[in-house]
Design a protein around this ligand. Structure first.
Ligand SMILES: Cc1cc2nc3c(=O)[nH]c(=O)nc-3n(C[C@H](O)[C@H](O)[C@H](O)COP(=O)(O)OP(=O)(O)OC[C@H]3O[C@@H](n4cnc5c(N)ncnc54)[C@H](O)[C@@H]3O)c2cc1C
Length: 318
């Protein structure tokens, strides 16, 4: 028996969230006295797959069928079913994403496996902590069943380097034409800058910025920090910023290491999109702004005075 971790890439590199899933899977495997393996579908990332051994994987299965070079929910679930059997996996770990959510659900049906999603911590035996109500509460769930599928949220585990190299086994799976009824033909990215859902740092602005003409101070700080820019819903509704920057319950959910909220009040619908961030910094001129309750650090002040000073200070040290 083993633990199998699904590895996803973006822009030719393994996603950080997948490295978190690897570290999570390695710790689960260790607790069960098993080996942790990885599985990657599609064109291998530029750095190769053997290097994933450095995070504790002993083997990575590389599914390299040409038809699976682009993401495909049905076909990937079928391919994973074959790899799970090959690896003898009793636990499959995914990091939550728009691709893995439906793939994991389909895989659980194909395998008849128990599935637990939105997991925020390592399990205690068969007991898993999961985030519910868009991150406003947690539930403890007991998972029975011989095979488990675990979908973790970002930041559920640190990325832990243990050293080593993984053996890479190339696998060709049987692809059913019915699984290819939907095929992705083209991907158009929102911007050439740091992508919001993947960003390690996000600088986000709200109605407190007064208008689109003032976004320079947000962009300047984001540039200094190598961050993505985000905004509250009313800001994108008013076309001050593009809709793909809208963060929250009805927008993009982000889990960066650092979320800087500027002139955003902190309504629950906004918090629902940011509350799995590692560190939240709030800049607001109203000391009673609700966002301060969710903040790790806060600055009570006028954004138009604070941001340029903060930017200059960061420039000196970065
Ligand atoms: C069904 C539903 C879904 C929703 N989904 C979302 C969502 O996904 N995302 C989202 O963001 N909202 C969402 N909303 C809207 C949400 O309820 C809030 O209305 C919205 O988040 C408020 O945006 P804001 O904080 O930018 O604006 P405001 O509430 O107007 O807050 C502006 C803040 O800026 C501060 N400020 C003003 N001037 C300055 C200054 N010079 N310097 C510093 N601070 C200043 C003020 O003190 C205030 O706290 C949703 C609402 C509903 C009903």
């Amino acid at each position: 028996m083993s633990v199998l971790v699904y590895i996803e890439s973006a822009d030719g590199a393994v996603k950080k969230s997948s490295l978190e899933a690897v570290s999570y899977g390695v710790q689960v495997a260790k607790a069960q006295g098993q080996e942790a393996h990885g599985v990657f579908i599609g064109n291998a990332p530029a750095e190769g797959l053997a290097g994933l051994g450095k995070y504790g994987l002993s083997k990575v299965f590389h599914v390299n069928n040409a038809e699976l070079a682009t993401a495909n929910i049905q076909a990937y679930a079928s391919a994973l079913k074959e790899v799970v059997a090959k690896a003898g996996a009793n636990t499959v770990v995914f990091s939550k994403s728009s691709l893995t959510d439906p793939v994991a659900a389909r895989l659980s049906i194909k395998l008849g496996a128990s599935i637990v999603t939105n997991v925020t911590d390592l399990p205690a035996g068969n007991s898993f902590k999961r985030s519910i109500f868009t991150g406003k509460a947690f539930a403890q769930v007991e998972v029975s069943g011989a095979q488990k599928i675990v979908v973790i949220r970002k930041n559920a585990s640190e990325v832990i380097e243990t050293g080593g190299t993984a053996a890479v086994e190339t696998v060709s799976v049987s692809v059913n034409s019915a699984d290819l009824a939907v095929v992705q033909k083209e991907v158009q990215k929102a911007t050439g800058q740091v992508l919001l859902p993947e960003a390690e740092i996000v600088v986000s602005g709200g109605r407190g910025l007064k208008g689109p003409e003032n976004w320079g101070i947000i962009e300047d700080l984001a540039k200094t920090l190598g961050a993505a820019t985000g905004c509250s819903k009313p800001v994108s509704d008013a076309d001050w910023r593009p809709h793909h920057e809208h963060v929250g319950q009805t927008g993009v959910k982000v889990s960066p290491n650092l979320y800087i909220a500027v002139g955003i009040s902190g309504a629950i619908q906004h918090l629902a999109g940011v509350n799995s961030s590692k560190c939240i910094v709030v800049i607001n001129k109203d000391p009673e702004a609700p966002f301060f309750k969710a903040a790790d650090y806060g600055i009570v002040g006028d954004a138009f005075e604070v941001l340029p000073k903060l930017n200059e200070a960061f420039k000196k040290v970065l």
